[in-house]
Design a protein around this ligand. Structure first.
Ligand SMILES: Cc1ncc(COP(=O)(O)O)c(C=O)c1O
Length: 351
């Protein structure tokens, strides 16, 4: 038994529960992944990068930073990249929060938030979602006090799928004290087809306390490679870089991300396929009497107790979904996978 003294904050950290199931062995609709493998050009770029794996990658992912800055019309010192947007978020929270501070976010939302906040020693203020599964922006603002270091918004929200409008976020940011870091987690941005939905990159010029998070894990189908990024002001980016692990992004992940940006047509087509599938699945379920909220991501949400019943029925047929105390999240997969899911749903009565 070790006698190492761990930080007290660790005692209360929740454990991250990853979506279960090994793709290929079960139908895996539990982790909001893309069902398609990366484009062959992305795979080739990864293979090529492996031949120089004896060398360290760029300390800050300079080639990808340069590409992303050009793409979004930003300066390079406004872009940070890292091994997944989770890591960029972890660095951002570490840069602003410490013991006696609080970080505010909607709940239920992405389950990494309480862990990342807890690690810093700050406390989490979880603001319940509205009945429609959306952010209660008014209540979030009311919870801000002098000790608030950051607020996290997630649009579309994981796991409920609701998205925020550009107008809502702009009004929110006008009121939020500019000393508070505002994180807008847009991990599922590319799947959002709701009219007027927020695009955080449009707000960066007006709000230097804003950090927009995007990822290659979802729409770009690179979850296993770990690559995400943040877009923000030079000052926030510099603070994130200070706490980031040097060489955090591997040369393989960077090369693949660059290739994925160049293979935009494939990404557009695959995202289009998923959003079409999402609407097909939603229409069928709604026609059958299911009340499913707005779904802006590559997943749908069943609110309430019925989620547990659906999850059990799916599991009995080898289909993995992701259950939460408040409901069930089901990832939109390939057409075949979605049909398998819908087949099981035929035997369940809407509550
Ligand atoms: C809302 C949200 N943000 C961030 C992430 C993590 O993304 P990444 O793989 O880039 O770390 C996820 C992954 O499920 C997510 O749902």
């Amino acid at each position: 038994m070790t006698q190492v003294r761990f930080r007290q904050a660790l005692a209360t950290l929740p454990t991250y529960v990853a979506g279960k199931g090994e793709a290929g062995k079960v139908v895996k609709l539990s982790s909001n992944e893309l069902p398609f493998p990366p484009d062959s050009s992305v795979i080739q770029a990864g293979v090529n990068a492996l031949s120089s794996a004896n060398r360290y990658p760029s300390a800050i992912g300079s080639a990808l930073v340069e590409k992303l800055a050009a793409r979004f019309g930003l300066e390079q010192n406004q872009v940070v990249v890292g091994p997944g947007s989770i890591q960029v978020l972890a660095n951002a929270i570490t840069a602003v929060a410490q013991a006696n501070n609080n970080v505010i976010y909607p709940w239920r939302s992405f389950e990494a938030y309480p862990i990342l906040v807890g690690i810093t020693g700050a406390s989490s203020r979880k603001i319940p979602l509205t009945e429609q599964g959306s952010h209660d922006l008014k209540a979030i603002l009311e919870a801000v006090d002098a000790d608030t270091s950051a607020v996290i918004l997630c649009s579309p929200n994981n796991p409920t799928g609701s998205s925020l409008s550009a107008e809502q976020v702009r009004e929110f940011l006008k009121v939020l004290p500019h000393t508070v870091l505002a994180v807008l987690d847009e991990a599922y941005f590319e799947f959002d087809t709701s009219p007027g939905h927020v695009d955080g990159t449009d707000l960066l010029a007006d709000f230097p306390n804003l950090l927009v998070l995007r990822t290659f894990s979802k729409a770009y189908g690179m979850a296993g490679l770990r690559c995400g990024y943040g877009l923000t002001s030079p000052q926030v980016a510099a603070a994130i870089r200070k706490v980031a692990t040097p060489f955090g992004l591997s040369n393989v992940a960077e090369a693949c991300a660059l290739a994925a940006l160049a293979a935009e047509e494939t990404v557009r087509q695959q995202v289009g396929e998923i959003t079409q599938e999402r609407e097909r699945v939603l229409n069928i379920l709604r026609d059958n009497g299911w009340n499913i909220p707005q779904a802006g991501g590559n997943f749908i949400w069943f609110n309430g107790q019925i989620g547990a019943e659906i999850q059990a029925a799916m599991l009995s047929q080898g289909i993995q979904t992701r259950g939460f105390p408040e409901g069930l999240r089901v990832t939109i997969g390939s057409r075949t996978e979605n049909d398998q899911f819908l087949m099981v749903m035929r035997d369940i009565k809407p509550s």
